[in-house]
Write a protein that binds this ligand. Structure first.
Ligand code: GDP
Ligand code: MG
Length: 163
């Protein structure tokens, strides 16, 4: 089975920034995989010699709360179906939100591995703030700054380890 990492989470947590970071220097977005929609972007990369595909979800979803039931739910369900590992991204600068809890509840239904990734941890002082995300109930817990790539190496080490 293909190694597929899906990036999920509410709008603005930094999914697309992380997607671009993971694909850095890699060629292109693949559009040949079945199930591609305008709202999902696929790219190929590798880590420690292991190839994988990344899916960025929710590209056209904007910040409003009332779109959750429709769009984000759909994106999370698709991710659960397609992915071999799910990266659940949250934002330390906003803290835990109701939408994070809703995404968390959807993800609890899968037996696939879920990596809870607290993003925008741009400096060591924010590590402490990030701890509140343990309340979402996932034990695979990581802090990163997708913008700089800080922390993404440790995350990828552990993800490709399950492939
Ligand atoms: P998406 O809606 O989940 O795809 O989020 P985006 O990738 O579009 O990012 C939303 C905003 O968060 C943008 O302004 C990014 O520049 C910003 N952002 C993403 N990653 C980081 C980070 O590591 N640190 C900080 N401070 N901002 C970030
Ligand atoms: Mg995006």
């Amino acid at each position: 089975m293909a190694n597929i990492i899906a990036l999920v989470g509410r709008p603005n947590v930094g999914k697309s920034t992380l997607f671009n970071r993971l694909l850095q220097k890699k060629e292109a977005i693949v559009d040949s995989i079945s199930g591609v929609t305008r709202d999902r972007h696929y790219g190929k990369s590798d880590w420690n010699g292991i190839d994988f595909t990344v899916i960025d979800t929710g590209g056209y979803i904007t910040g409003s709360e009332d779109i959750f039931e429709g769009e984000i739910r759909k994106q999370v369900q698709l991710a659960i179906e397609e992915a071999s590992a799910i990266v659940f991204l949250v934002d330390v600068t906003e803290g835990v939100t109701d939408m994070d809890y809703e995404v968390a509840n959807l993800l609890r239904r899968t037996t696939k591995p879920v990596f809870l990734v607290v993003n925008k941890v741009d400096n060591a002082m924010l590590e402490n703030d990030a701890l509140e995300f343990y309340s979402l109930g996932f034990d695979k817990y990581y802090t990163i700054a997708g913008m700089t790539g800080s922390g993404t190496g440790d995350l990828l080490d552990d993800i490709v380890n399950i492939f």
